[in-house]
Design a binder for this molecule. Structure first.
Ligand SMILES: [Zn+2]
Length: 373
């Protein structure tokens, strides 16, 4: 059979021959689905934060092992400058919302998160942060609140999240509460959690043999900066990956946040940005060691926004940077996305921050959405 197509502007004829008995195969991309997703957020980690970490670390970062790179547009629903709550809600739920919103839309109504959907689908989930665990980024994955600073309400949502791993600061929101008399440490134990405080054990002293779910308080309120001795992000990530991956045919979703890169930006403290960036990157190294061996894990690394309008100035040398800030708050810069593992190709290009949610769902092979009951 001959199909003739005529192009009207030139009058030239293009001819396509096709054999009806042969079905033309569409080009199919590698459709291997991700069993696990590890979603890593460097809060406030723009391109300069990454550059300053790399050029202060002998020109080397584990981040360079990532193969696929894209950019996202980080603005919020009603503000070109986003905060971490609106930024994380975009990632967790695929919607733009107002600054301060935790897992709720512009109408303040709850929206289902990817972590909640993973739980509904029988997967395991976890969250690790170097801030308090009730801070905006983790909160937006497992809680719903109209305002990010309602910490004691946010941790109540965690009680029913089903999360197998919760590691971060903020113990006081659990067991020295102002809004009620409840002792959430006890209530988490009753829900099957092993609850451990940094006062009693370090992460590396925890024996996970008989642990089903772990709630680990790394500090009473905010954990220390890494420059003052905080050292748990990498071991906590390794422990969590081992635990979530063990005897698990259904996969897991793990959120890891390097929370304090942002705080270095707010404080206009270049040394804090650099040390926090390198700590986050050491954790990236451990995560990639697992993902490279595993072959079924998609690792996504990004930031919610840049903080500080940070720039490396003239007179800088390798391992000796001269830096300046244009702001003590977040900026509207495009934000890099790094992807490694099954489905990584989909993260190329420039897209809205909300697309990360849809791309992660697609990588899991999830089609119709499972609704909250
Ligand atoms: Zn911030």
């Amino acid at each position: 059979m001959i199909i003739a197509l005529f192009s009207c502007d030139t009058g030239k004829k293009a001819i396509i021959t096709a054999h009806p008995q042969i079905v033309e195969k569409p080009i199919i991309k590698d459709t291997k689905k991700a069993k696990n997703i590890i979603f890593m957020v460097g809060d406030g980690m723009g391109i300069t934060q990454i550059s300053s970490g790399m050029y202060s670390n002998d020109n080397k970062l584990n981040l360079e092992r990532m193969r696929t790179i894209g950019l996202h547009k980080c603005y919020a629903y009603d503000d070109l400058i986003t905060d971490s709550a609106a930024g994380a809600t975009a990632f967790s739920s695929g919607i733009k919302t107002y600054n301060g919103a935790i897992g709720v839309g512009p109408d303040t109504l709850p929206v289902q998160t990817i972590l909640e959907e993973a739980e509904l689908r029988g997967m395991k989930t976890g969250m690790i942060a170097t801030s308090t665990i009730d801070h905006a980024t983790p909160a937006s994955f497992a809680a719903h609140n109209m305002y990010r600073k309602n910490y004691e309400e946010i941790v109540l949502d965690y009680l029913n999240s089903g999360c197998e791993i919760l590691i971060g600061g903020g113990q006081k929101s659990f067991d020295r509460r102002e809004m009620d008399e409840r002792n959430l440490t006890k209530e988490f134990v009753n829900k099957g959690y092993t609850v451990v405080s940094h006062v009693d054990k370090t992460i590396s002293e925890i024996n996970m043999t008989n642990v089903e779910k772990l709630l680990f308080y790394t500090a009473d309120s905010s954990p220390l900066p890494v420059a003052q001795g905080r050292d748990y992000l990498k071991p906590a990530s390794e422990l969590s990956i081992n635990h979530l991956n063990k005897n698990n045919d259904d996969g897991f979703f793990l959120l890891i946040e390097g929370s304090q890169i942002d705080w270095g930006g707010h404080a206009n403290d270049a040394n804090m940005i650099i040390t926090e960036m390198i700590d986050f990157d050491n954790t990236i190294g451990a995560v990639l060691d697992f993902a490279e061996k595993d072959g079924n894990t998609l690792v996504i690394i990004t930031a919610d926004h840049e903080t500080g309008g940070f720039a490396i100035q003239k007179g800088s040398k390798m391992n000796d940077l001269k830096t300046e800030f244009t702001s003590d708050y977040h900026t509207a810069d495009l934000i890099p996305v790094f992807a490694f593992g099954p489905g990584e190709e989909d993260f190329n290009g420039i897209y809205e921050n909300t697309e990360l949610y849809h791309k992660m769902r697609a990588a899991f092979g999830w089609e119709s959405k499972k609704k909250l009951d």
